[in-house]
Design a protein around this ligand. Structure first.
Ligand code: ADQ
Length: 461
């Protein structure tokens, strides 16, 4: 097998990332790919230093992890311009259709280019002739061009974890052409869903003046390449195992006792404006308003750890959610019932699996999401004899696969509230039918299929 070189913004500490069950599907997929190919993982260490050491830090292979990791540090200026500035305040909102939230400064783009170029110049001396290079996500969109300019002839693949927005939205980004022209230096570009691929095709045809041929072959900016859909997934059987074990744990018992027989509805997200949390709270309020029989009978648990706290838009969404949760609880709570439990801490994976198993309804209603792995984790965690119901946004990549969920438009919070009511009153027979179909889908397209099919397509050329 050829060596696979994975390049991502962040290289997770291998010891933390290495234990299966303790980590998310993506980290496991990356580690498995690296182990199988005695690979190399390159990216940012997570450290920020005023004067970063020039030479990257190398961790040698071990028996348990027979691959190399090489990390670089960022200066405070790079961290602020490349990571917080261009990646998180410009690309992230645009990729999630939120041009209104973009804070554009050309200086951030220059820093982004410089950091991509630094990554590449540190990586190139480590490359071997027949390595396959797999770049991950929107932090590294200029890297393909830099690699080619440095004379790298290897096959290069790029996978975008976020959505790719409609061509018109993407064109609101001042540097859109440079980014896509760079991506076209890849041999393979992977997207999460058919919607993303369609938007990209539209961009190539109408903005870039390129051509889309049969077999997902593309021609643009003087380059030929392929672009395909590779929906990311999870390891359903290992997640189901964790959920079964965790449902007997102390925390699960405490949760059960605290609910006192009430049905649990759950939401689990990083605190991000793309996840549709205010709209979700409003839909819960609608449920209690319109269907008062649910008062005292249902508890909504929203777990939303803070992310990207330095970015102003994230501070705003935090205070909005604090206001809304206070209002809903103030309006409906009773001495012995708090309708909405809003928690800003992450849970250990196993605990999370147990919480999902115990939830009658999962509310996964992002305004936009590349995939949304929580939707798949919820399905995997269910008890086959008494499965819960998934309420899923049509704008999550997962909606293309999990068609038996109750599909909603999260902006229509009243309609989502109606779907919550339908979920709470669904018969066991219907729940089982919907769940089995979705579980089958996840088993067929799991995380191993995802990584292997991407590598096979990259290698095939
Ligand atoms: P994220 O936006 O982080 O990822 P998502 O796919 O839902 O979104 O979550 C990633 C992982 O984090 C999941 O395994 C989930 O269990 C875990 N997680 C989320 N909230 C948690 C919490 N409160 N406590 C514990 N664990 C939590 C980006 C894209 C997505 C895409 C993924 C993978 O935005 O669209 O699905 O990458 O490609």
């Amino acid at each position: 097998m050829r060596r696979i070189v994975i390049v991502s913004n962040r290289v997770a500490p291998v010891n933390e990332a290495a234990s299966k069950g303790a980590t998310g599907g993506l980290a496991v997929a990356i580690l498995e790919t690296l182990r199988e190919s005695n690979g190399l993982w390159f990216g940012w260490s997570g450290n920020v230093h005023e004067a970063p050491v020039d030479t990257p830090k190398h961790s040698a292979p071990t028996q348990a992890n027979p691959f190399d990791t090489v990390t670089v540090d960022l200066t405070p200026a790079e961290h602020s311009g490349y990571y917080n500035g261009y990646a998180n305040r410009i690309l992230w909102p645009i990729l999630h259709y939120r041009s209104d939230l973009m804070e554009y400064h050309s200086e951030h783009f220059r820093t982004y280019q410089r950091v991509n170029a630094n990554f590449v110049s540190q990586l190139v001396p480590l490359l071997r002739e027949d390595d396959l290079i797999w770049l991950h996500d929107y932090h590294l969109m200029m890297a393909p061009r830099d690699l080619r300019q440095a004379g790298v002839k290897n096959r290069i693949g790029f996978f975008l974890h976020t959505p790719f927005p409609s061509a018109d939205v993407f064109a609101t980004l001042p540097n859109h052409r440079e980014l896509i022209a760079s991506l076209c230096h890849c041999d393979l570009i992977g997207f999460q869903s058919p919607t993303d691929l369609r938007s990209f095709e539209d961009y190539i045809t109408h903005e870039a003046g390129g051509q889309v041929h049969a077999n997902e072959e593309f021609e643009a900016f003087g380059r030929q390449f392929r672009a395909q859909v590779f929906p990311i997934s999870i390891d359903p059987d290992s997640f189901a195992g964790a959920a079964r074990e965790s449902s007997r744990s102390n925390i699960a018992n405490r949760l059960r006792e605290s609910l006192d027989g009430r049905a649990l509805m759950v939401g689990v997200d990083r605190l991000d404006y793309s996840k549709g949390l205010p709209e979700r709270f409003l839909s819960f309020e609608h449920l209690l308003d319109r269907y008062p029989e649910n008062r005292r009978r249902v508890t909504f648990l929203q777990i939303a750890p803070y992310s990207r706290s330095e970015v102003p838009e994230y501070k705003l969404i935090r205070s909005r959610l604090e206001g809304l949760s206070g209002r809903i609880n103030g309006r409906f709570a009773e001495v012995d019932w708090t309708p909405l439990r809003y928690i800003n801490r992450g849970l250990a994976r196993k605990t999370l699996a147990g919480v999902l198993r115990h939830s009658r309804v999962a509310v996964v209603t992002p305004l936009r999401d590349g995939m949304n792995l929580v939707a798949k984790e919820y399905i995997a965690a269910q008890d086959p004899e008494d499965p819960g119901v998934l309420v899923l946004s049509r704008f999550a990549g997962a909606a293309h696969e999990l068609k038996e969920a109750l599909i909603v438009n999260p902006l229509d919070y009243e309609n989502t509230g109606e779907a919550l009511q339908r979920a709470l009153s669904m018969s066991l027979e219907e729940r089982k039918e919907r769940w089995s179909a979705m579980m089958e889908t996840i088993r067929q397209q799991d995380i191993t299929t995802w990584r292997k099919s991407f590598i096979a397509a990259l290698e095939a050329g």
